[in-house]
Design a protein around this ligand. Structure first.
Ligand SMILES: [Zn+2]
Length: 98
């Protein structure tokens, strides 16, 4: 999946992935018992912007409506967080379960 910088539209590469930060975010996620989401943190080498990608994965037995509602809720939360610290991009990943 292509992930782009929300500021300059540059496509992120594997080298831009912040594994340490992503691990911390994942730890926070588990502590908050958030299911069906995964965090990926990237820093853009071109403009210095930091983007957090929040992948929303459809849960087993979750209806399309519940999934959409959950994504909308996460987007609202992401906007609040983003206003304070960094950009959060919510990505709907409606594929086969991992
Ligand atoms: Zn950038």
């Amino acid at each position: 999946m292509n992930r782009q910088c929300s500021r300059c539209q540059r496509t992120f590469t594997r080298e831009d992935f912040l594994s340490e930060e992503s691990r911390n975010l994942e730890a926070d996620r588990k502590a908050a018992r958030l299911q069906g989401v995964h965090f990926f943190d990237y820093r853009c080498p071109a403009c210095g912007n930091e983007d957090v990608f929040l992948d929303v994965v459809r849960l087993d037995g979750e209806s399309a409506e519940a999934y959409a509602a959950r994504k909308a809720e996460l987007e609202a939360t992401a906007r609040r967080v983003g206003a304070e610290r960094l950009e959060v991009v919510v990505v709907k990943r409606d594929g086969a379960p991992e």
